[in-house]
Design a protein around this ligand. Sequence first.
Ligand code: CA
Length: 531
Amino acid sequence: MISRLKSTVFLCIVTVLSNGLISSAIAQVTTLSRAVRTAENSEPSIPRPEQERAVAQKLAALEKKTGKKPNIVWIVVDDMGYGDPGCYGGGIAIGAATPNMDRLAREGLRLTSCYSQHTCTPTRSAMLTGRIPARTGLIRPILAGDTLTKNPWEGETSIAKILSDSGYYTLLTGKWHIGEAVGMRPHDVGFDEYYGYYPAQKEITQSLDPRRYPDLVLDKEKLAAYQEMGMGHSLVHGFKSGKTTEVSKINSTDDMGRADRVLSDFTVKKIKELSQGDKPFFIEHCFMKVHCDNFMNPDFPGLSASKFAYKEGVAEVDLLIGEIVQAIEDAGQLENTFIFVTSDNGPQMDGWPDAGYTPFRGAKGTTFEGGIRVPGIAYWKGMIAPGRESDGIFDLMDMFNTTMTIAGAKFEIPDEIYIDSVDQASFLLHDEGLSNRECAFFWIGTKLMAVRMREYKWHMKVVIPQSTHLYIDMSILVDVGLAPWLFNLYIDPKEEKPVGHRRNAWLATIGAEAKAHLMTFKKYPIKDVGL
Ligand code: CA
């Protein structure tokens, strides 16, 4: 490993102190980054020419055999915790078996250092654009009554558009949550077809649930005002042509409980149809569950040992993932389809007990591991060796470049755009693949909070709850004190005891990485869209 280390260089180490002032000192440090920047506007990545060559050959051989580009299916669960699936330590141990996700992990690649953003909209947009939310302006969930000052999609290119332009049929089923105004809908930004609900479950059901929200539902004036905000309760079917129809409406919590079954039946139907056509397909299937508020599907009660609504949701999502994969197999496409299963952020503990499980510190809304470390399962029969596991760093925004490589699609990155995504196709597809990502950078809003490099995590700012479980509803975002909080995640996965002044050899090099990252914002600045 030492041979891979770069030579000693002089670096200007900048420490951002708690009052926001920047102090700098010239220090002689050894940079331990193996990453190389190949263009000014692309994220540095670790070159792995041999595994890249081998995977390029593997992809070419498959295309020769099938005569077609591979299909790509992203499956995104909402707010599922790292510790919920059985293959991540949950499952039957915590009252909701997940045999389908467990099988995909067992027969594919299980990532243990897969990172999301801290909440829904930022993760979903980062996956589609390959860009850190501060650069797209999509820095937090768009909620009822939010008015944006500009369309965040202006100047952005989604992976769906790139694939659609490259001959793929692109479909998004389920939750969107990146705006519902014309110009911001999935079928406006690159998807050929959209079938789903724009907002999260709670945005829909809070006006339908008098037990949880009597002050809204039973007060006619407030309810009328809420309904005027126009939050979409509709199942929307849209096409790239602009044609958009309302299929049905959620009128009860029972309807909400049934929504994921309706959506996955649609995805299954489309897989059958599209498999018979000439075009390869890209499907992003986004579950409504298990974002609070969860309501069990009344047609399938008691799926989980626990019977609690959240666990019922996990069990149902797992069942439906099994059906989607089965549909791909039944259509004869299993060996020509890359499948990736993940969650868009850590569990939302504020809704407990309607909440998931993470073994880590923090939860949704924080940049501690509990908020951002999520399940990541890559499955591709014949292309990903069964039983692989890796703790290589993978940021969900890497799906942008990775998907492009798998699809053999081309995208000329405009000079004014910085792509934060790293191509990880060779990591995922090589039998002994190693991650191409050296560092992952974790932001909240327009603030860089923390950096992960190798097994180290370096915090400059932290979100601290002021009451048990209330990581969103009663927390504070604060600067750390004189020194960054540095944890070794191998010996302290719960981020409880900084190694700082006792074993701080890594502090300087991670600080240098943070500085280099922040420097990219000088030329490629943050975007403000009014969120
Ligand atoms: Ca979410």
